[in-house]
Design a protein around this ligand. Sequence first.
Ligand code: FEO
Ligand code: CA
Ligand code: CA
Ligand code: CA
Length: 598
Amino acid sequence: PATAAPRNPRLGFTSVAPNTADAVTVPQGYDHRVVVRWGDPVVPGAPEFDFAGQTAEAQERQFGYNCDYVSFVELDNGRGLLWVNHEYTNENIMFAGYSDGAAADLEQIRISMAAHGGSIVEIERVGRTGAWKLVTSGRRRYNRRITASTPMRLTGPAAGDALLRTAADPEGTEVLGMLNNCSGGMTPWGTVLTCEENFNQYFVGGEGAPEDVKPKLRRYGIAVQGDTRAGNRRFDRVDERFDLSKHPNEANRFGYVVEIDPLDPDYQPRKRTMLGRFKHEAANTRITADGRVAVYMGDDERFDYIYKFVSEKRYRKGSRRHNDTLLDSGTLYVAKLTGNSPAEEIDGSGALPEDGEFDGSGTWIPLCDATTSYVDGFTVAEVLVHTRLAADAVGATKMDRPEDFEASPVTGKVYCALTNNSSRTPEQADEANPRANNRYGHILEITERRNDAGATAFGWKVPVVCGDPEDPSTYFSGYDKSKVAAISSPDNLTFDASGNLWIATDGQPGTLDHNDALHAVPVEGKYRGELKTFATVPYGAECCGPFITEDQKTVFIAPQHPGEDGTVEQPQSTWPNGDFPRPSVVSIWHTRGRKIGS
Ligand code: FEO
Ligand code: CA
Ligand code: CA
Ligand code: CA
């Protein structure tokens, strides 16, 4: 924990005003620069981007689409490596005249597959500023593309189980590709955890899957009746494994936390089954009091759950090989949260209960460890592959779309973004999800017992209920609402070294009628709740990232899907170059070299 953190941290900048500009807007005193764009060469020798002449062969070596999670490691030579997730593709603005997956030409489908996954790129500082740019020449030995076709190893207790075996992989231990990698986290040993989220949308043929498999597919949002091909990207047209009528187990091989070592170009990505299978938003770690590793994870679906994994073995600093085994054995838990105010005081309006706080206690319910299932009727492999159904069986608390997690480096408290849930009725409101028709989302703060990430009990509070502060259902820890900025649909989180929480949003289109943003808010001291808007992203984009460098001089953000509802013929965004939209990573810095947030 940082010792120099101020007792009453406060953010110095003046909020950026809400806007609908097709631009990145930063506060006075700050500047920004695009670091890397969709199509930029990644692998040495890759061709320059040619929008009208795209090929899969080129895309496999160029920066992919829809950048989401961003992390950064500094190298010895003053350069750095960026890891970036490529969550999904917007074919409507990638390809002229695109209508749907059924009509797409096969090369377009191959391009989409190659534009998924992730990128590792070497970047360098611009002068002595906090700006960074892509390294475009030289060896770039770490540069790498991961796609929907990259071979990955299944590890952990479910690897090799019958549920994971397919015709192409009778051993059930090697999968091609990762899909819909949304957010993620970095481990204390320097690897990236990149998380497969809405993998359901890539499969067809669910109506032809075996009857006993259908309820499991349905619980993960995979269509099992009617025309399951409509509206799909139709990867099955180039790779039959995406057709569940032929390969019903293929869907069981997606929905994992994937570990990748950015410093080892030969590292085969590992899908860590021990961390369960669901729509993983992110995975963020803390070290327990006795030296093991805890991983906090959200399942981004309305009424789904919060999870925690605690390793069996201890983290050993510097022992790369040992640490590569940490995520393969341990205990997987799901959270149950109980409010401390009478249920009748939580009416779904957002009005505070009489004790003045949405708060309570919680328990981590064990689902399984590497050898024992704690859920009646489920084997260990069934818990890990059908994790949602196991969590249903133990009565976990249904949350408002759990997204990113992040632990404060100052206090150890753990924060979760609950992005929204417009389906929650007043009767379904509870103290941890206190607002019905929760269009704008809220933030959850978890304090583990004795501040130990290995604890099985915790306390919790809701420090922020999002929205326009003029809306009476909002809450900013009691801070004067005339002094806070509007926020909708919190998604990705990070912390600065002073312990301020940074929140990127995904409320577009249409929850607050202005662009998504990166906000920041103190969560300790007398300015707790004083939320400000640090940057806004181009029209139609969500604000992904954010990542603040260790020297606190740069924040990286990743405007994802600018102009997502347009077409090539009628673009709704032309960011960043004035022609067609390109999801990109941006660095933001203070022009006088001050810390981000000053
Ligand atoms: Fe891909 Fe949960 O956002
Ligand atoms: Ca209470
Ligand atoms: Ca997200
Ligand atoms: Ca989101």
